[in-house]
Design a protein around this ligand. Structure first.
Ligand code: SF4
Ligand code: F3S
Length: 110
């Protein structure tokens, strides 16, 4: 099993999750984080830290967001580790209320 970052993180990137991860499993893109499954030890500590409830166990990923499991792997292997909390993105509060954001995901390395 691993944990997966989902659509609600896009354009928010609060990064509270990063600070609690004991294995530094998070990778950072321009407007989203991904979890490297090989580093995730399934501790679930990050889940309750996320203000927009973006992190799920892969077994609990809703069907309509199933593509995020594979997407986390692909992006995590393109992006660099993030090991400390940083400021959220501008307008994170506004984007936290937007449900459909997948088309806004930026995949290039940050
Ligand atoms: Fe890190 Fe634990 Fe979250 Fe995996 S479940 S990303 S190890 S905090
Ligand atoms: Fe994203 Fe939530 Fe972490 S918004 S950066 S998964 S705290």
């Amino acid at each position: 099993m691993t944990f997966v970052v989902m659509e609600s993180c896009i354009k928010c990137k609060y990064t509270d999750c990063v600070d609690v991860c004991p294995t530094d499993a998070f990778r950072e893109g321009p407007n989203f984080l991904a979890i490297e499954p090989d580093d995730c030890i399934d501790c679930a500590l990050c889940v309750r830290e996320c203000p927009v409830e973006a992190i799920f166990a892969d077994a609990d990923v809703p069907k309509e967001q199933a593509q995020f499991t594979r997407l986390n792997v692909v992006l995590a292997r393109t992006w660099k580790p993030i090991v400390e909390k940083t400021a959220p993105l501008p307008n994170a509060e506004k984007w936290a209320k937007v449900k459909i954001k997948f088309h806004l995901l930026e995949r290039r390395p940050s």
